[in-house]
Ligand binder design. Sequence first.
Ligand code: RP5
Length: 160
Amino acid sequence: MKKVGIIMGSASDLPIVERAFDTLKEYGVEYEAHVYSAHRTPEEARDFALTARDRGFGVIICAAGMAAHLAGAIAANTTLPVIGIPCKGPVLDGLDALLSTVQMPSGIPVATVAINGAQNAALLAVEILAVTDPDLQSKLTASRTTAAEKVLNSDKSLNS
Ligand code: RP5
């Protein structure tokens, strides 16, 4: 199975990104995480993107806050799918990172999840890998069934 690459712009993003680690572990998906900054360590970020496909990665998740250009900078150097997590920073409630990540000009896509949406980023990565992995697809289906049952049980308990 292909691996998921997870890059965060700063160690300060780790508390948000940890949710993605947990989700990938739940699905038994191998991942490799790094702290690489688009502006503080541009060479390392670029090298990761350039070599990721040959090193067995199938998708890359990038988490960054403020003027968050990490996902775009990674996407510029790979044709692997890139998922961006805009991280909430000390000002503007993460709107700065959201717009910086989601508003990619045409030609270089970044699939952007919600502000701090690390779980969905991981799930989207799993869904991408599941396109060619029936076992992973079965796990995703089972998880959706469990989630639906939980909602329906909540509904039932309201009216009993
Ligand atoms: C971004 O700037 C990082 O992704 C982080 O969210 C934000 C602040 O970084 P630190 O100053 O905490 O290292 O590059």
